[in-house]
Write a protein that binds this ligand. Structure first.
Ligand code: ADP
Ligand code: MG
Length: 139
């Protein structure tokens, strides 16, 4: 295992529910440190750029509409094995399949509106962090 960085996004459904603090507290309790964080409202174009890898998927329109429907909190997290740790804390994409106590089991409404994003690999984590943060903003 190694110290890694990963990108988390608290999605518009979760910011609307008032669970930003609960989600941040969970990350910190699990040993993930906040390197950088900001609240943003993505334009449709910014959401499309972020999820470009999913452009051919049938849910791309729904996904980018949702992600630009309200504010998100974007967070660069750092810690031991942070990418897998964050995925474990998040739970499965579909909240109906997410393990008990995971963020998606606790806070997600549906497979589309599922509370949080987390990078899935070191390469995507680096690209996703750089999409929202300059190197000088990461501490
Ligand atoms: P994850 O966020 O768990 O890595 P994916 O990368 O497969 O999941 O999908 C990206 C996002 O697209 C999901 O978090 C969810 O918001 C949305 N999504 C995935 N599958 C569906 C689906 N079948 N219907 C609607 N939205 C979906
Ligand atoms: Mg993914």
């Amino acid at each position: 295992m190694a110290i890694q960085r990963t990108l988390s996004i608290i999605k518009p459904d979760a910011t609307a529910k008032g669970v930003i603090g609960a989600i941040l507290a969970r990350f910190e309790a699990e040993g993930l440190r906040v390197c950088a964080m900001k609240k943003i409202h993505m334009s449709r174009e910014v959401a499309e750029g972020f999820y470009a890898v999913h452009a051919a998927r049938p849910f791309f329109g729904e996904l980018t509409e949702f992600m630009s429907s309200g504010p998100c909190v974007v967070i660069a997290l750092e810690g031991e094995d942070a990418i897998a740790a964050n995925r474990r804390i998040m739970g499965a994409t579909n909240p109906a399949e997410a393990a008990e106590g995971t963020l998606r089991a606790l806070y997600a409404d549906s497979i589309g509106e599922n509370a949080v994003h987390g990078s899935d690999a070191p390469e995507t984590a680096a690209v996703e962090i750089a999409y929202f943060f300059a190197g000088t903003e990461l501490h």
